[in-house]
Ligand binder design. Structure first.
Ligand code: CP
Length: 526
């Protein structure tokens, strides 16, 4: 039995390691660096397994993530395979799943390090190739996200946190950090919403013009995690405040991910987040600058005149990528981790009840009830309160959606009617031939029309009544899709990964793969 909770773990997002697990990673990296510096025992960290294939699949450009993983894999004395995407059968439109399935067959154990423009790839592969491995009775492969589009970059996050901890002399109690630059597209910034939890108390200053500001879903995740968050539109404005951080984390403008409209404004956007010599006197003492790199060689947000000053924290940060990635590989390969005794991530997928049978308080005749334009149902089912209180057009759309999703091509009638309140409307669908509705159909109905009620009628009396509410997860429907064109589930990506949403703050639905948050109505294609 495997008693190492870290072995075999996929790292698709920063939150795939619990805070305790992240701190374990940082402690082990610290020990590794000390052993490396002092000529200590490095073999305690080394996997040394020629049967373990480490596949570097970089489908987007990279220098430091790719090279630090390549060097880390060499350190481990494993089978290293650098996949050449540019000459691969991707050029013949092969899917990722088919490609990875084939590579998985070449080694007894495998770790895939992926960089893609497509978002959510590692989670999708973990599920799909994991199920394939189960069918073959083989060990499931591990997937490590080396950056997926504008989504997340967890291993960059872990090296950033290690660097911050070193800077703070390993004091985990508090961090005050300024995040500056392209916070909208920057995946290293997005991973900070969970990664900064390594500190007990967190204050984050977001410095970016509106066009480059942090997407609300990440900002609210930071707030939900208890971070104190403030926003500023430029470095100039930030320095005019009276609580400036001494840890500045810059990111480059991700021109390749911007819309044409935003890219046209590059000069002024860059100006707002580029450090200038005249700012030097306004910095707190002992300030350090960090940057995941690369820097733009012509127009860097951290100008090169700062390279040899005490502000330079980014060079050491970059080298930390090698050491943290050695430890990450050792953890997921099971070389280290059996001495870990903290908490693993809590699976937070709620399994709450969203179909409630409610008592039928009066076995009233329905003749007096569903009577405006709909023939009273003597025996059958009536779906009531559809989109109650919404604008009439929206109610009609919902009635239409209910009919199409549940394939109600039967003798029936429907309409939009007043509720008891003359200013309020609701939709009703009556189905005289249907006397039973399955649990699966009820789940579908709850997803399509939360808050409706369903009445089963026999001999003109309601004998059963259900009140439905918004389900915590919506999946297994042909009529839904993620609207992020970069998501691995996006229909146009042809990766054949079914969409899956879970309910988040304010009745929004977040894609399990790319993390994009949708308004409820936006997940539906009908
Ligand atoms: N920080 C980072 O991901 O750098 P590369 O794009 O060079 O890998």
């Amino acid at each position: 039995m495997n008693n190492n909770p870290l072995q075999g773990r996929t790292l698709a997002v920063a939150g795939d390691l619990s805070v305790d697990e992240q701190r374990y990673l940082y402690r082990k990296t610290r020990a590794l660096k000390e052993a490396w510096r002092n000529g200590g025992d490095m073999d305690q960290f080394r996997i040394h397994d020629p049967e373990l294939g480490v596949y570097l699949m970089f489908l987007e450009v990279s220098t430091r993530t790719k090279e630090s993983f390549r060097n880390a894999a060499s350190f481990h004395e494993v089978k290293l395979n650098v996949f050449d995407a540019s000459t691969s059968s991707f050029k013949k439109s092969e899917s990722l799943v088919d490609t990875v399935k084939m590579l998985f067959g070449y080694s007894r154990r495998s770790i895939f390090v992926m960089r893609t423009k497509m978002e959510g790839v590692c989670r999708a592969l973990e599920e799909q190739i994991g199920a394939y491995a189960d069918r073959l009775g083989r060990e499931r492969p591990v997937f490590i996200n080396g950056g997926d589009g504008r989504h997340e970059h967890p291993t960059q996050e872990y090296l950033d946190q290690l660097t911050f901890l070193e800077r703070k002399g390993w004091d985990e109690s508090h961090i005050h950090v300024a995040l500056i630059g392209d916070l909208h597209h920057g995946r290293t910034i997005h991973s900070k919403a969970d990664g900064l939890k390594a500190f007990h108390s967190v204050k984050v200053d977001l410095v970016a013009p509106v066009e480059l500001s942090l997407p609300p879903s990440y900002k609210s995740r930071m707030e939900d995690n208890g971070f104190e968050v403030t926003e500023w539109e430029s470095i100039e404005e930030y320095l005019s405040g009276n609580d400036v951080s001494d840890i500045w984390y810059f990111t480059r403008l991700q021109l390749e991910r911007m819309s044409d409209e935003v890219r046209e404004r590059e000069t002024e956007l860059r100006r707002a987040v580029t450090f200038k010599e005249r700012f030097l006197t306004r910095l707190p003492e002992e300030t350090r600058f960090f940057h995941p790199l690369p820097r733009h060689r012509e127009k860097p947000v951290i100008p090169s005149f700062l390279d040899s000053t005490h502000l330079n924290g980014w060079d050491e940060q970059s080298i930390n990528g090698y050491f943290t990635r050695i430890i990450e590989l050792a953890m997921v390969a099971g070389k280290i981790g059996s001495d870990f005794d903290g908490e693993s991530p809590v699976i937070s997928e709620k399994d709450e009840t969203f179909i409630n049978e409610i008592p039928v308080t009066r076995k009233t005749s329905v003749k007096d009830r569903f009577k405006v334009g709909i023939k009273p149902v003597e025996n059958g089912t009536v779906i009531d309160h559809i989109a109650k209180g919404k604008p009439v057009e929206e109610i009609w759309n919902r009635v239409d959606k209910v009919r199409r999703t549940l394939k109600l091509n039967v003798r029936s009638s429907h309409g939009v009617f007043h509720t008891n309140n003359p200013d309020d409307f609701k939709g009703i669908v009556s189905l005289p031939d249907i006397l039973e509705i399955s649990h699966t159909e009820l789940k579908k109905l709850a997803a399509v029309s939360p808050e409706c009620t369903l009445n089963i009628i026999r001999d003109s009396s309601i004998i059963k009544k259900y009140r439905l509410s918004m389900p915590p997860k919506i999946y297994k429907f042909n009529e839904i899709s993620c609207k992020n064109p970069e998501c691995v589930t996006y229909p146009g990506a042809y990766q054949h990964v079914p969409p899956f949403f879970y309910r988040t703050r304010g009745e929004t639905f977040t894609c399990r793969y790319c993390g994009r948050r949708h308004a409820y109505g936006d997940i539906w294609d009908i």
